[in-house]
Design a protein around this ligand. Structure first.
Ligand SMILES: C/C(=C\Cc1cc(O)c2ccccc2c1O)CCC[C@H](C)CCC[C@H](C)CCCC(C)C
Ligand SMILES: C[S@@+](CC[C@H](N)C(=O)[O-])C[C@H]1O[C@@H](n2cnc3c(N)ncnc32)[C@H](O)[C@@H]1O
Length: 263
């Protein structure tokens, strides 16, 4: 029944088990694919507690960061907008209110469990009937060029295995003159800020998550932030892939950041 509610779903993630019996240097590329599957499994696993832990661990602040992201994306009434890596749908629901009944929101994610939660939240409130959920890959968006008036991505870019490709896909499906707003943890260049973030993760986030048996999944936060890009590097990446302008804004004293780029 739940799956029925989520139709039309497109499963765009191929099963990455190798059907090839012989490996050569040209066709053997297991690491990124295995990573992508591992991350998909992680987000499926944490889905039941994801919303509650975000509220608890950020003291509700993530709702403010998400409102600012939607505002920076510039969505307006009647627009068709896209929320990539939508997870349980927070940004999609905010976009839904912005674009109204004449607009349309598409929420895309590769975690079925996250999408099931998003869908169940949607059906508890009729006003969100302008949202469609799609199970798909941020690295291979199932949309034609120039489809969207605005795009958001919350805590997604850090988690994809190929960031330039994700940015190229965003650029491709955005209309000319439209904006993407990409919210994530800020990889701060300030030692004090990065020390506070890591201390919070080690001493608050992981211990709380361990009560749900998810300590390893939340430990991933620290390593993924270390492997992420600084604000300046994000701006550079956006310009390199072809955005006409890019600006990174720090939030909450530099703990979070939002990259705003225009096609
Ligand atoms: C909304 C938040 C995190 C989303 C999130 C993103 C990921 O990539 C994950 C990967 C793996 C597991 C979980 C996640 C995940 O939840 C932010 C939630 C808050 C942070 C977990 C804690 C941030 C601590 C801040 C330093 C506290 C700031 C509070 C202050 C009042 C500003
Ligand atoms: C931390 S959650 C963020 C969810 C939501 N945007 C929010 O702000 O709460 C990251 C999401 O990115 C999704 N994701 C990661 N890589 C993806 C990919 N390649 N394609 C689609 N979704 C992806 C995960 O499944 C997960 O739901």
């Amino acid at each position: 029944m739940a799956t029925m509610l989520l139709l039309p779903f497109r499963t765009l993630i191929p099963s990455f088990s190798s059907s090839s019996s012989s490996f050569s240097s040209s066709n053997f590329r297991p690491a990124p694919l295995r990573c992508s599957n591992d991350r998909q499994a992680l987000f499926n696993r944490i889905a039941p507690v994801y919303d509650n832990l975000n509220d608890l661990l950020s003291l509700g602040q993530h709702r403010i960061w998400k409102r600012m992201t939607v505002s920076w994306a510039g969505a307006k009434a009647g627009d068709h907008v896209l929320d990539i890596c939508c997870g349980s749908g927070d940004l999609s629901f905010l976009l839904s209110q912005k674009v109204g009944s004449d607009g349309k929101v598409t929420g895309l994610d590769f975690s079925k469990e996250q999408l099931l939660i998003a869908s169940s939240k949607q059906h508890s409130k009729n006003c969100f009937s302008n949202i469609e959920w799609i199970e798909g890959d941020a690295l291979d968006l199932p949309f034609s060029n120039g489809s969207f008036d605005a795009i958001t991505m919350g805590y997604g870019l850090r988690n994809v295995v190929d960031r330039p490709k994700a940015m190229q896909e965003i650029l491709r499906v955005l209309k000319a003159g439209s904006r993407v707003a990409i919210l994530d943890f800020n990889k701060s260049e300030e030692l004090l800020t990065s020390t506070i973030t890591e201390w919070m993760i080690d001493n608050v986030v992981v211990p709380v998550a361990s009560a749900y048996g998810l300590s390893e999944d939340y430990k991933y936060l620290k390593t993924s932030i270390r492997g992420f890009l600084t604000g300046k590097e994000l701006e550079k990446l956006a310009l390199e892939v072809g955005f006409s302008s890019a600006r990174h804004y720090e939030l909450s004293g530099g703990l979070m950041g939002c990259l705003v780029a225009m096609r």
